[in-house]
Design a protein around this ligand. Sequence first.
Ligand SMILES: *Cc1c(COP(=O)(O)O)cnc(C)c1O
Length: 402
Amino acid sequence: MPIRNQNAKAMKKLQPETEAIRTQIPRSEFQEHSAPLYLSSSFVFDDAEDMRASFAEEKDRIIYSRYSNPNTSEWIEKVCKMEGAEAGFAFASGMAAVFSTLAALLDSGDHIISSRSVFGSTSTLFANIFPKWQISHSYFRHDRLQDIEGLIRPTTRLIYAESPTNPGVDVLDLEALGRLAKKHGLLLVVDNCFATPYLQQPLRFGADLVIHSGTKLMDGQGRVLAGITVGSAALIDKIYRFARITGPALSPFNAWLLSKSMETLAVRVDRHCENALKVAEFLEGHPKVNWVKYPFLKSHPQVELARKQMKAGGCVVAFEVQGGVDGGRTFFDGIGLLSLSANLGDTRSIVTHPASTTHSKLTPEERLESGITDGMVRISVGLEHPDDICADLARALDGVGA
Ligand SMILES: *Cc1c(COP(=O)(O)O)cnc(C)c1O
């Protein structure tokens, strides 16, 4: 499905923010300004020859929404342009993207080298699902890339990483990972969900594939689940062949919403980052807080690296409340305005307790290795006025240890 830029007279290369707004599927006979929703499972052929040629892939034709759909293609095209990728495929959720990407590329017996700090469901996928196909994994610490070479086996196929990490907001050196992957003939797959394609483009640093959960900042309004993988046309073709048979495709309705959301991604993310830095600075000065982590906070151990590879620090702040589990419970029960919820990247600020929710399936030792302590709180800073967000946090913290 060729996507045409509607701003046809703009000949020079456009900035990513402009691409996210102006990339649009061809207009219909009605000349609508905003792209319509193609809520259609299948598409019709002109005649027998058209039908045969379309299925033989002699034509770039939309056949069936499990394979492709105009709204889905538009969203993919926007993400590809922002990431600097040749091609992409969209999935029903971020985890469908993670699973399908790896399952499409790996064979039985293959080995993954992954950062220990990955999304909870991703580590459960490595631990409990992939062993069904004898796909094994080894972990390295986010700040010990020098351990990676020692983990490589003849069956190792790829390096998997997230940066910044969920929930610890640690930063991984993407350029160093890209060099290591290239040197050893491994693929580098990066989950770029926390940064969005606006703040960071891992392909520039040597990644082969970039995965996103569109559920988070890309939708940004807590409405849809979605996922996407982008990269070279050759790798995406393998993933596409796998996905068109196994059926994890994104719904056209969700793709339509997401494509609209991309138009405001840059302005929303700018404000998320501005608010998050204010919240991080507020927490850093609070007596009931043991430590605060935010990629662009001066005290973050990898602030220089974060500044090198990201435009701003993202929406997530991690911190530890005094008083362990009890302090955490008192804090959460004292929250009034913010939502106690598991999502992130929403207009509404959200507080989560990773140890008892998203990362509860990990053992306490595994959690500590991922930097998750019992009293750790993850805040996804939203778009409310930062004074109101800080006032709510202050009220909740006041109750701790009182
Ligand atoms: C949420 C998340 C996912 C999974 O996305 P879903 O859309 O919930 O399936 C994967 N990676 C990271 C870093 C996430 O935050």
